[in-house]
Structure formats: structure tokens, C-alpha cells
Design a protein around this ligand. Sequence first.
Ligand SMILES: [Zn+2]
Length: 77
Amino acid sequence: MGNYRICDFCGNLYERSSNRMCQSCETIYQKIRSVVEARPDTIVLDISNQTGISVSRILSFVKNGYFVMREGTIEVK
Ligand SMILES: [Zn+2]
């Protein structure tokens, strides 16, 4: 039997690794991160529009400490 855990972000089961999130959430995280790194002044709503990732999903990464919220924009932590 493999060693599984529940993803903190979407609730899916995934094979345990060093990550705190499943592969699909990791992909989403990297997508947000690339926008934030390229254009640090992009507000959350525009990040959502550009990536197709919902604002609430982006904010869940903020809540879990992956990004820091700054007056409507976020920074990579
Ligand atoms: Zn997930």
C-alpha cells in the first residue's frame, strides 16, 4: 500500500511526497507564482483573470503562507 495524504488545498488524496499539496495544486501554485514574479504589481483579481484560477483559490495559498498579501497584490514568500 502506498502512503497517501489529503491535499490541504483541494482535499484530493495524493501520494505522500515532500510537498504539502497534490500535483494539480502544485501546478496552480507555480502558475500564480510566475505571474507574481513577472509582474509583482498585479492585483489578485488580475492574477485570477490572467490564469483562470479563482480568487478564493489564490487566497487559500496566501492563508497557508505561500504568498504575502500587500494592498491587493501578493508577494512570493
Ligand atoms: Zn490539491
